[in-house]
Write a protein that binds this ligand. Structure first.
Ligand code: MN
Length: 198
């Protein structure tokens, strides 16, 4: 049985960048719905006892009859669990240490990285996510559709941005660019640095 993780901050803690109503609905309704549907799909199977990361890393092992449901709702659960941790009140700024060096080496500087990541978030047509991932060949910026996760392609997520309309519409309406720009103010680089070290 998969359960909704508690947020490490209050629903209004990311104001004014991410509003309280969006955070409340996103966490208690959208994330909860992915969980409910995931739990329904895996009920009575060994997947009930398997870590969601392990399920998503090898979707071919999921029985065909529930594979699409597990991909969508398991992905929804995993992606959102990660997303909550990637934000924190009073965060933002820039990464430091090895992650900062790696970003500069790969993208030519932090500003250029922000530009490319934001372009990826803007370029995702419809619903999906923008990611910074770690691959055997180095870091990459990618985007995925729906609730697909880079884990399923053998890539380790380092940074994730939800660009489904439900993540910004109440405050930003159709202005995804404004949401993406505001989001950089709440990025929890300390957590991203932890993921990079692993
Ligand atoms: Mn979402």
């Amino acid at each position: 049985m998969f359960e909704l993780p508690k947020l490490e901050y209050a629903y209004n803690a990311l104001e004014p960048f991410i509003d309280e109503q969006t955070m409340t609905i996103h966490h208690t309704k959208h994330h909860q719905a992915y969980l409910d549907n995931l739990n329904k799909a895996v009920a009575g199977t060994p997947l009930e006892q398997t870590a969601v990361e392990d399920i998503l890393k090898d979707l071919n092992k999921v029985p065909e009859g529930i594979r699409t449901a597990v991909r969508n709702h398991g992905g929804g659960h995993y992606n959102h669990s990660l997303f909550w941790k990637m934000m924190a009140p009073g965060a933002g700024g820039q990464p430091s240490g090895a992650l900062s060096d790696a970003i500069t080496a790969k993208f030519g500087g932090f500003d250029k990285f922000v530009e490319q990541f934001s372009a990826s978030a803007m370029g995702r047509f419809g619903s999906g996510w923008a990611w910074l991932v770690s691959t055997p060949g180095g870091m990459e910026i990618v985007s995925t559709a729906n609730q697909d996760t880079p884990l399923s392609e053998g890539k380790m997520p380092l940074l994730a941005l939800d660009v489904w309309e439900h993540s910004y519409y109440l405050k930003y309406q159709n202005k995804r660019a404004d949401y993406v720009k505001a989001w950089w103010n709440v990025v929890n680089w300390k957590y991203v640095e932890e993921l990079y070290k692993r």
